[in-house]
Ligand binder design. Structure first.
Ligand SMILES: [Cu+2]
Length: 495
C-alpha cells in the first residue's frame, strides 16, 4: 500500500483503529510496581499519560508458613502480585510475560478494565511467550486483578492475584503512610502447620475448607520483621484486597478505629468510625486511620479462628510517646466478688485460702503444695498466657514461641539461677531469642498484674506441663528474684 492509499484508508476509517493517533500524543511512562506491603508513590501528574505495565508470571516454590513450602503461581514473583498504580484517564499498555520455566499458560483479568474478560481474552499466554493489550482506565477505584485461566479457582488459589489502583482525577487526601495488604486462603493437602512441600487440595478448595488464611501470601509476611510501621500522630491508609478464592474478610485492626472507609474500594469515603469492614472475595476496601498511641496494632480477619488458627494475622508497629489521656494502661486490679456470691461461697474461699496457707507452712505437706501451684498455675496460664502461647504451649509458628518442650525454657528452668526465667512474666521480654532452633524477634509485654504467688504458680505450671519437667518455683524464689532484678530493670528499655 502506498502512502496515498494509507491516508485514504485512515480517512475511510478502515485502519484508524490500528493506528492509535491520540495515544501517540500522550507522555509515555513506565509504571512503578511494588511488592506488598509497599505501594507505589502517589501520582503527581494532573493529566493522562500512556503507562507501560510489564508483569511477569513466575511459578515458584516459597514459604507459606514456618517450615511449610508451597508452589506459588505469581504475578511478579510474590504473593500477592505487584501493586499497580495508574490514574483515571490513563492509557495502559499492558505486557504479560510467562516465564519460560513455567509449566502452564496464564492470563490476566483486571477488574479495572472495561472490555471482554478484563483483559483475559487478550492475554492468554503460554510459557516462554508474551502478550500485549491496551486499555483505558475509565473508572477510578481500587481493583483486584487475577489469573482467569481454567481451572480459574486453582490459578487463584495458587496465588495469582493482586491490586491495581486507579487514582481519581482528584486524588484522595495525602496521608503519611500507605500500605498494601491482601488476604487470601490456601488449600493444602496437609492441615495447618504440617511441614514440608504441601500440594494443592482441589477437594478442600471446592468444599471451601482452607488450611490457611493469610495476609500477603504467608502466615509470617506481616509479622515481626515484616510488620508495617507508623509513628504516633501519623495517618495510615491501607489498600486492602481479598484474593479469595472463596472467603469474605471481616477486616479489623485490633486497637484502632477506621476514621474513613472507602467501602468495596470505591472512591467515596462513605463511612466513618468503623470497627470492621467487609472485603468481598475479588474485592477491596480502602481504610484510613490516625495512630494516636504507641504499641502493636494487630490486623486480623475477625472471623477470629482464621486469625489465631489459620494465619490471618499481621502487625502494625506504632512508635512514639504515650498519651495517657487516650490510653492509660491498666489502672486498677483489685479483687471483685460480685453481687451474687452468697455467704457459703465466701466461706469456701476463706477456707481454701486457710488450707493453702496451712499446706505452705507445713513441711510435711510440701508435696501437696506443688499440686496446688500447678492447679493455680493452670488458672493463671489460661487467663494470661494461652492466647499467645496456645492451650498446650504449642505457640504460633513464627509469631509466639512454644513453651512445650522448648529448649529456651527448660534450659533456664534447670539452671541454678532462674532469675532470667522469672523475669519474663514480671518484666516481659523483647528482642531476638532462639527457641528450638527458630528465631523470634518480637515483644511479650510485662504481665505486671500478676503477684508473686501467681508468677510462681504459672512458672511451675509451664515448666511441668506438656512434657516439661523442673523443680517447682516457690514464692520465696520469685520474691528474691524480683528484688534482685528490679534495679536492672530501670536500665532496660520499656515496651
Ligand atoms: Cu494462571
Amino acid at each position: 500500500m502506498g502512502m496515498k492509499a494509507i491516508w485514504g484508508a485512515i480517512a475511510a476509517g478502515v485502519i484508524s483503529s490500528l493506528a492509535p493517533v491520540a495515544w501517540a500524543e500522550l507522555p509515555v511512562e513506565k509504571a512503578v510496581l511494588t511488592d506488598a506491603p509497599l505501594v507505589p508513590p502517589p501520582i503527581t501528574r494532573t493529566s493522562p499519560a500512556k503507562v507501560i505495565v510489564e508483569l511477569e508470571v513466575v511459578e515458584q516454590q516459597g514459604e507459606l508458613a514456618d517450615g511449610v513450602q508451597y508452589t506459588f503461581w505469581t504475578f511478579g514473583g510474590k504473593v500477592p502480585g505487584k501493586f499497580i498504580r495508574v490514574r483515571t484517564g490513563d492509557t495502559v499498555e499492558f505486557h504479560l510475560m510467562n516465564h519460560p520455566d513455567n509449566k502452564l499458560p496464564h492470563n490476566i483479568d483486571l477488574h479495572a478494565v472495561t472490555g471482554p474478560g478484563g483483559g483475559a481474552a487478550s492475554t492468554f499466554t503460554a510459557p516462554g511467550h508474551r502478550s500485549q493489550f491496551t486499555f483505558k482506565a475509565l473508572n477510578p477505584g481500587l481493583y483486584v486483578y487475577h489469573c482467569a485461566t481454567a481451572p480459574v479457582g486453582m490459578h487463584i488459589a495458587n496465588g495469582m492475584y493482586g491490586l491495581i489502583y486507579v487514582e481519581p482525577e482528584t486524588p484522595l487526601p495525602a496521608v503519611d503512610r500507605e500500605y498494601y495488604v491482601m488476604q487470601s486462603e490456601f488449600y493444602t493437602a496437609g492441615s495447618y502447620g504440617e511441614k514440608g512441600l504441601q500440594p494443592f487440595s482441589m477437594m478442600k478448595a471446592i468444599d471451601e475448607r482452607p488450611s490457611y488464611v493469610v495476609f500477603n501470601g504467608s502466615t509470617t509476611s506481616l509479622n515481626n520483621e515484616g510488620a508495617i510501621t507508623a509513628k504516633v500522630g501519623e495517618t495510615v491508609r491501607l489498600f486492602v484486597g481479598n484474593g479469595g478464592p472463596n472467603l469474605i474478610s471481616s477486616f479489623h485492626v485490633i486497637g484502632d478505629i477506621f476514621d474513613n472507609v472507602y467501602t468495596e474500594g470505591g472512591t467515596l469515603a462513605n463511612q466513618h468510625n468503623v470497627q470492621s469492614t467487609l472485603v468481598p472475595a475479588g474485592g477491596s476496601a480502602i481504610v484510613e486511620f490516625k495512630v494516636d498511641v504507641p504499641g502493636t496494632l494487630v490486623l486480623v480477619d475477625h472471623s477470629i479462628f482464621r486469625a489465631f488458627n489459620k494465619g490471618a494475622l499481621g502487625m502494625l508497629k506504632v512508635s512514639g510517646d504515650e498519651d495517657k489521656s487516650i490510653y492509660s494502661g491498666k489502672e486498677v486490679d483489685a479483687v471483685y466478688l460480685g453481687s451474687v456470691l452468697d455467704q457459703s461461697e465466701l466461706e469456701a474461699r476463706r477456707l481454701r485460702k486457710e488450707f493453702e496457707k496451712t499446706v505452705r507452712e507445713d513441711p510435711k505437706l510440701q508435696k501437696l503444695s506443688k499440686a496446688i501451684l500447678m492447679a493455680d498455675g493452670q488458672n493463671v496460664y489460661s487467663n494470661n498466657c494461652f492466647m499467645c502461647h496456645g492451650q498446650s504451649g504449642e505457640g504460633v509458628p513464627g509469631v509466639f514461641p512454644p513453651l512445650a518442650k522448648a529448649d529456651y525454657l527448660t534450659k533456664r528452668a534447670a539452671a541454678k539461677n532462674r532469675d532470667e526465667l522469672i523475669a519474663i512474666p514480671l518484666f516481659g521480654i523483647s528482642g531476638k531469642i532462639t527457641v528450638n532452633g527458630k528465631e523470634y524477634d518480637s515483644v511479650m509485654p510485662a504481665l505486671s498484674t500478676l503477684n508473686e504467688r501467681e508468677v510462681a504458680a504459672v512458672l511451675t505450671y509451664i515448666t511441668n506441663s506438656w512434657g516439661n519437667s523442673a523443680k517447682e518455683f516457690s514464692v520465696e524464689e520469685v520474691r528474691a528474684a524480683k528484688a534482685a532484678l528490679k534495679d536492672q530493670q530501670v536500665a532496660r528499655p520499656q515496651h
